[in-house]
Design a protein around this ligand. Structure first.
Ligand SMILES: [Fe+2]
Length: 445
């Protein structure tokens, strides 16, 4: 199927920012069996890089986050790269449904934010609905409700334990209670635990974190209000981090007071002595004056949550602005040293910089990989280990970049331990890929 939609002029200043430039959607679903490679794709790379993002199908949504999900997939094997992109074929694509019609119906997800694999299933995720399952060729298989056991939305940022194979996640709701529910599946993907967590008001909760023994919830004041027409940041309400044993319940949650702020993404969390170390991309505000108010851009911060004293200390790790943080996924919830993230423009206008950062949390060092001048933009970097037993940072960074000067998108493969060097391989795509959200590496079976 090739969808042809009318979109506003993406070069006009009158077009909303999320439909302009490289935020603008593309129209086609392409399949390209083999792409020319500059450099050499490491032979160890054998799998697929899938990236989800917002690609409105014939409508101009009120916000970047409300476009239909489109997956861009790169199959990489034997030093070769094949590409295909497909919509997640929800009713927003196939029946031209308006996103507002799906509010409150958990099956009607735009499935536009992330894509993960757990227990043999590839799930396209958003945060206000159930996931949708895809196959590795990016065919849409349908909505997943965990055999009827899931009764709430599912976050786009579940955490998977490499040790136990369990998947931990949560769902938040803003129109009705419960406002927050925690969920746990076993390694086979069966939903085995759901716990309502009491929070006083409906807040936007995009991500959370886990350690080996605890789930960490971010009760930060982006509050939904019908009178105000959506979510608004309310600094006077302060912020809290909830710490709950992974098999615990609401009665076990300990809340740690923190300064009011916003966090879209955690970097990682782990236990160290009496403390939980929680690293996040934190901004001082967002959506203070409306849903499209970008606020301040985020930078990396660390919270030390002392389980003995019940106190939190907050430390800014760096003043560069960035987000879309990733680590070696094998270390989710465990002590990790390296974090990778995309640079963002400072100030209150949205924009990706043409650089990505590698943080060494042990030394405080930062390395920058630059994709060129002012007209380059880099997307979320992901890490792929060179083998299952490779050490942390032993592998590659996969990252898309876009160049506004020629409208080209490039797939870059960078040696993580030689981060500032030229990519070891680049694939220039025959047409652009819009900015999007999150991706995953899915190893070949
Ligand atoms: Fe996200």
């Amino acid at each position: 199927m090739t969808a042809i939609h009318e979109h506003p002029n993406r070069f006009s200043a009158e077009t909303p920012w999320h439909m302009r430039g490289n935020y603008a959607p593309i129209d086609d679903e392409a399949t390209i069996e083999s792409l020319p490679v500059k450099g050499k794709i490491p032979v160890e790379l054998n799998g697929s890089y899938l990236r989800n993002g917002f690609n409105p199908a014939g409508r101009v949504p009120a916000h970047w986050f409300f476009g239909a999900g489109m997956i861009h997939g790169f199959d990489i094997a034997d030093g070769k790269v094949a590409y295909r992109n497909r919509y997640v074929h929800t009713p927003y694509v196939d029946q031209d449904m308006d996103m507002m019609e799906g509010i409150g119906d958990l099956t009607l997800s735009p499935a536009n934010t992330s894509i993960i694999k757990h227990a043999g299933r590839i799930l396209a995720l958003e945060e206000a609905h159930f996931p949708w399952e895809m196959d590795i060729k990016l065919n849409t298989l349908g909505c997943v409700d965990f055999d009827g056991r899931l009764k709430t939305p599912m976050t786009a940022h579940p955490k998977i334990s490499q040790k136990t194979g369990e998947m931990f996640f949560f769902g938040y709701q803003f129109l009705n209670e419960p406002f927050l529910t925690y969920h746990r599946t076993d390694a086979a993907g069966t939903l085995v635990q759901s716990e309502v967590i009491d929070i006083p008001r409906p807040v936007m909760m995009h991500d959370f974190a886990v350690t080996e023994n605890y789930a960490l919830f971010f009760d930060l004041p982006i509050v939904f209000s019908m009178e105000k027409g959506g979510f608004r940041f309310q600094r006077d309400l302060g912020g809290r981090i909830g710490v709950m044993p992974l098999t615990g319940s609401n009665a076990d949650v300990r809340w740690f007071e923190v300064e009011a702020c916003t966090v879209f993404h955690s970097i990682n969390a782990y236990e160290q002595g009496d403390e939980i170390i929680l690293q996040v991309c934190r901004a001082s505000s967002i959506m203070e004056h409306g849903m499209n108010d970008i606020g301040d851009q985020s930078s990396p911060w660390q919270w030390n949550l002392n389980l003995k004293t019940g106190k939190a200390t907050e430390t800014q790790l760096d003043d560069r602005t960035g987000d879309f943080p990733r680590i070696d996924d094998r270390l989710v919830g465990l002590p990790s040293r390296f974090g990778y993230m995309a640079g963002l423009m400072e100030g209150s206008s949205p924009g990706f910089l043409g650089e990505i950062y590698k943080y060494d949390m042990k030394t405080g060092g930062v390395e920058t990989h630059s994709f060129g001048g002012d007209e380059a933009n880099a997307f979320e970097p992901i890490f792929v280990p060179s083998s299952p037993d490779a050490g942390e940072d032993e592998g590659w960074i996969i990252c898309l970049s876009h160049d506004d000067s020629n409208d080209e998108t490039t797939l870059n493969i960078i040696e993580a331990q030689n981060f500032e060097a030229e990519p070891v391989a680049q694939v220039v795509l025959p047409r652009r890929i819009p900015f999007g959200a999150h991706g995953s590496w899915i190893s070949a079976e």
